[in-house]
Write a protein that binds this ligand. Structure first.
Ligand SMILES: [Zn+2]
Length: 227
């Protein structure tokens, strides 16, 4: 089994590397632009609130949440959670991240196709993510081919989820930048900083997809080796 484990490491090493680069890049971009105050003086909370109100999303709440880069929008509760360094900060990075999360709320409001698909497949993907590796390994070990392929298909839904996540994330960032520009919340130079933070954040989603795809290739390679 060690032989396969070493093989596994070889398969996912590029993804681990890409993931690390993405993490370092997003942290450094965020740190850099979280030290640059935006001239508008708005905080992350203010920026998100302004975008929500402008789109009539008065029912969406903006709340602080502990941690770093923990920012997210929950469509079930209609709450945008902004991490402490974003919520009360008036930096370019904070405004960029807050506007991105508000962009997700606007996606839901406008019925953006990819976010509807993403929300719809979440339950299957959660099952897939938790049990598929076990099914694949068991199916492989017991030479139970149906179990193995069920695991592969379930694992595939995780990759599909991450694939659908990409347009959702890129679109939220594009919306954020366009709104910040149109509203004059950030100046031309400040927008560059916000864009740098959001591009770095997008790479972490690309890294997650690459990781899943390489894992899938590894799992598929098991079926060849059995013969
Ligand atoms: Zn996002």
């Amino acid at each position: 089994m060690l032989y396969y484990d070493l093989n596994y490491l070889l398969y996912i090493a590029p993804a681990i590397l890409l993931g690390l680069i993405a993490q370092i890049w997003v942290k450094s971009a965020f740190n850099k632009y979280s030290k640059v105050r935006a001239r508008s003086g708005l905080t992350g909370r203010d920026a998100a609130r302004a975008i929500l109100d402008r789109n009539g999303l008065y029912n969406v709440d903006v709340r602080p949440i502990p941690g770093e880069l923990t920012d997210h929008f929950d469509p079930r509760t209609n709450v945008i959670s902004l991490s402490t360094p974003v919520f009360g900060s008036n930096s370019i990075a904070a405004i960029g991240v807050a506007a991105h999360e508000a962009g997700h709320a606007v996606q839901h409001q406008t019925g953006y196709w990819f976010i509807k698909v993403r929300t719809a497949i979440i339950p299957v993907c959660n099952i897939g993510a938790s049990i598929s590796p076990l099914l694949i390994i068991l199916g492989f070990a017991l030479s139970w081919i149906e179990l193995y392929w069920l695991g592969i298909i379930l694992f595939g839904t995780v990759a599909v989820f991450q694939l659908v996540t990409l347009p959702v994330e890129f679109n939220a960032s594009r919306r954020a930048i366009a709104i910040l520009e149109a509203n004059g919340t950030l100046t031309y130079d400040e927008l560059k900083g916000a864009r740098a933070v959001l591009s770095a954040a997008a790479l972490t989603y690309v890294a997650a997809l690459v990781t899943s795809l390489l894992q899938l290739f590894y799992f598929l390679s098991l079926s060849n080796r059995r013969r």
